[in-house]
Design a protein around this ligand. Structure first.
Ligand code: FAD
Length: 520
């Protein structure tokens, strides 16, 4: 297919992945599905061919290829004819190893990322728990620092690669009271005592070992903390766009394979003296599915292109995940129908495709959560701050904090009223010359809940109450705002965890640069 995103080199790569899947994987689909596991050797085989480090830099054994190679790989994984295989490989390359690459120490990268790319180690990401999935901030697994170790206790569930993994990236509460801000990511080697796994029996994805894990006094070296303490939620968010694109591209791939097989079947199956692909009632449904699928694929490519350009693609990746997974379920249901009774038996692949597609609207954020995110953008005009990954860090700049500047003023502000009034004195006119902006601040739980700040070129006026038509409305609590201004709370994290709502992120970015910070 000709595309503005894809080159001849992409096509060559697609063919090589397709050949590998057709020859080395698909013939074993029935066996691996029956055994409910993927043999270790296939990981190493893929590693040797460079299929497990497509987006990682060469220094770690990867290829450092553009994002469309990853999408093509994910689409072609569907040729394995096992949703479970595609999931296991997708999680390993695009989810479990993401935080290690972005935030891990060189030692962790050497011990876990490099072998993951080589296919000699398999990783798992452990966020969901028996009592919480969508609400990541509510996890209860704890990690307590004891000398040079973290001691982890709790339970995880739905862990892809959870039984046969060599290492686990575990989201833990290192500060139980701090909500999302108390989550840290800690790596545990599977050989460590204290981890018990139990393989779950599922409706589909049989070849993928999904497990519940019991973590009992699991003691790992303090150096296994990934990145900074308390930043785990932020790191998880950092990989969300790619995780959604992973599921979206896989869903597109599976749907195209299902459609292709169904078309071949319809050509040979006869009814009433002719192939069933001659019946208009079926032809129009195929035409609709093919059209929607092509449109959905283009949305995935667009979202991926934005992501590859270093743009924030939260809305587009959520839309792509929602659209492709819901569509994939419809494609499978329709294709199964076109197979008639043969769609319902295991001799043909449709029954498996149908079962496997079902989970796509649940994993990596449910359809309901995708709709919540999209609604926040299109209705509430919420803008998500950019969280660059290590892959983008050379080209992208780290988002500036929403408030505060690199220089401190002499002003100490301990109350909200002091803080707001001090804005006029902390204003840096050289930063706002020729620019005008009206800001409304709304503070919950405050004796002085409403404030208006007008920046008009080199002047800043602050008044209590709301006046004028604002360019930007900031809604938060007094405690959160004070913590941000005093440098105790990360502003981006506050936005991500909904503690701070900003109606116009562009205006707020300008605002944030216009003031000296209070002295802490
Ligand atoms: C096969 C499989 C593999 C998985 N692999 C992994 C993995 O490797 N690692 C991992 O950490 N997790 C994994 N998951 C977990 C998956 O991410 C969660 O199942 C998913 O996030 C949903 O969480 P939940 O199951 O707890 O559902 P819940 O969060 O309990 O949701 C239940 C229902 O309520 C809806 N709901 C919840 N909140 C809202 C809201 N605010 N508005 C509207 N509706 C809402 C949901 O959409 C859903 O329909 C896997 C799951 C499966 C089934």
């Amino acid at each position: 297919m000709k595309s503005i995103y894809l080159t001849e080199a992409h096509s060559i790569f697609r063919n090589s992945v397709r050949q590998f899947m057709d020859k080395e994987v698909a013939p074993f689909a029935d066996a691996w599905e029956r055994d409910c596991r993927i043999p270790k050797e296939i990981w190493a085989h893929m590693g040797k061919l460079g299929f497990l480090g497509i987006s990682f830099p060469e220094e770690f054994g990867g290829t450092g290829a553009d994002i469309f190679y990853s999408l093509i790989f994910l689409e072609e994984l569907a040729r394995s004819q096992m949703g479970g295989f595609a999931a296991a490989v997708g999680v390993q390359q695009f989810v479990a190893t993401g935080a290690i690459f972005n935030q891990g120490t060189s030692a962790l990268k050497e011990r876990y990322l490099v072998p993951s790319i080589a296919g000699t180690k398999v990783g798992a990401i452990c966020i969901s728990e028996p009592n919480t999935g969508s609400d990541v901030a509510a996890i209860q697994t704890t990690a307590v620092r004891e000398g040079e170790s973290w001691v982890i206790n709790g339970a995880k569930t739905w862990v892809t690669n959870g039984v046969y993994a060599d290492f686990y990236v575990i989201a833990c509460k290192t500060d139980r009271e701090a909500g999302a801000g108390g989550i840290s990511l800690i790596l545990a080697d599977a050989k460590t005592s204290g981890i018990t796994s139990n393989k779950l029996r599922k409706m589909g994805w049989h070849s993928s070992d999904t497990a519940e894990l019991s973590l009992e006094n699991l003691r790992v070296p303090a150096s296994n903390l990934i990145g900074q303490h308390g930043q785990g939620f932020y790191y998880i968010m950092q990989t969300f766009v790619m995780e959604r694109l992973t599921v979206a591209a896989s869903s597109v791939g599976c749907s195209f394979v299902a459609l292709e097989k169904t078309l071949a079947y319809m050509e040979t199956r006869q009814a009433f003296g002719k192939p069933i692909n001659r019946f208009q009632a079926l032809r129009h449904r195929i035409a609709d599915l093919a059209t929607e699928l092509e449109a959905a694929r283009q949305l995935v490519y667009h979202a991926a292109w934005l992501h590859g350009q270093g743009e924030q693609a939260v809305k587009e990746s959520s839309m792509a995940k929602l659209l492709t997974t819901e569509l994939s379920n419809r494609v499978m249901a329709e294709c199964l129908q076109f197979y008639g009774g043969f769609g319902y038996v295991e001799e043909y692949p449709m029954a498996r495709f149908y079962r496997d597609a079902r989970v796509s609207t649940i994993v990596a954020g449910t359809s309901e959560i995708m709709r919540e995110i999209i609604a926040k953008v299109v209705i509430d005009k919420m803008e998500f701050p950019k969280i660059p990954s290590a892959l983008e860090s050379e080209s992208a700049t780290v988002a500036e904090p929403v408030t505060g500047t690199e220089t401190e003023s002499e002003i100490v502000a301990s109350s909200l009223a002091d803080l707001m009034r001090s804005l006029a004195k902390r204003h840096r006119p050289e930063r706002t010359e020729g620019w005008k902006g009206l800001f409304h601040f709304k503070f919950k739980d405050s004796a002085n809940p409403m404030w208006t700040v007008l920046i008009d070129s080199n002047r800043c006026q602050v008044s209590e109450g709301l006046s004028g038509t604002p360019d930007c409305i900031v809604t938060t609590s007094e405690a959160v705002y004070l913590a941000i201004e005093q440098g105790r709370q990360n502003a981006e994290m506050a936005v991500l965890t909904r503690k701070l709502k900003i109606s116009n992120m562009g205006a707020m970015m300008k605002f944030s640069k216009a003031f000296k910070r209070v002295t802490t």
